[in-house]
Design a protein around this ligand. Structure first.
Ligand code: FE2
Length: 273
């Protein structure tokens, strides 16, 4: 698998026991350690060739709304410094790269020219089109839409610390661990080119920095007990929504596999399986 260097926390990264405990809870959550992700990583999900199209179509409904998620969190913040930190992340969603990020991409084996100026929704579209996401099962699309709508509702109605907990610790904080599993499946069990799934490779890099930005905001907003409670509430709500998304995608995959088996021998790569 591609070796992706982890961004080292800066000297200003928050280290309170609440934040550290919450980060550990997030990376230990079943939103990160899920049967569907394991099936994707090991390739067993691809026994039904439609599973990857279903994922691409469904996940597009969520991931292409990421700029809207960021804007919702920015709207909840009062501090101009906090808003600017996330404004920088929002510009990166539009494809903006700084020199530091270009260098990190080169170190990870990615030519920055391939992603410079390309918005992240467009990068996801590359993957989507490469695996024929337009043929996704309507049930998979609905699952992605319901996750997107529930997450956006959470961010728009949350207090500032809850919104930061949801997008920071509950989302950016686990993206690398989740996408590494997806990359494992794509690299080892498909014939896709690295450019086709560069969205996932890139996010293993940029979201480490995004997480640090959000953690520094989280530290400021969770100085009192109420802030800590809200931060935790938001993070856990986001994690539960993602776990529910994997639950439903797993249920759909099992249902479709059972239907395939009951329909008789399946033609796979020109041979009956
Ligand atoms: Fe992104």
């Amino acid at each position: 698998m591609t070796a992706i260097p982890r961004v080292q926390p800066s000297a200003t990264a928050p280290t309170s026991s609440t934040l550290a405990g919450l980060q550990l809870a997030a990376t230990s959550h079943r939103a990160v350690h899920h049967r569907w992700l394991n099936d994707f990583q090991t390739g067993s999900l691809f026994a039904d060739p439609s599973a990857i199209s279903d994922f691409a179509g469904s996940y597009a409904r969520y991931s292409t709304s990421f700029p809207a998620f960021l804007r919702a969190v920015i709207d909840s913040l009062e501090s101009p410094e906090h808003r600017e930190l996330l404004g920088h992340n929002l510009r990166e969603e539009g494809g903006e790269l700084d020199d530091e990020m270009r260098e990190e991409l080169r170190e990870a084996g990615i030519d920055p020219v391939k992603v410079d100026g390309v918005s992240h929704p467009k990068l996801f579209r590359r993957f989507h089109d490469a695996v024929n996401g337009q043929s996704a099962d309507p049930r998979a699309l609905r699952i992605g839409e319901q996750w997107r709508d529930a997450f956006l509702e959470l961010l728009r109605t949350a207090s500032a610390p809850a919104a930061v907990g949801a997008l920071g610790i509950g989302t950016e904080g686990i993206v690398r661990d989740v996408y590494q599993q997806i990359l494992g499946g794509l690299e080892n069990h498909t014939t896709l080119e690295a450019d086709d799934y560069i969205f996932f490779t890139l996010h293993c890099l940029v979201d480490d920095q995004h997480q640090l930005d959000l953690l520094s905001i989280a530290a400021d907003l969770s100085a009192d007990e109420e802030g800590k409670r809200e931060l935790t509430r938001g993070a856990l709500a986001a994690l539960d929504l993602r776990a529910r998304y994997w639950d439903r995608m797993h249920e759909l995959a099992v249902e479709k596999r059972c239907a395939l088996l009951s329909a008789g021998p399946v033609l796979v790569h020109g041979a009956t399986a």
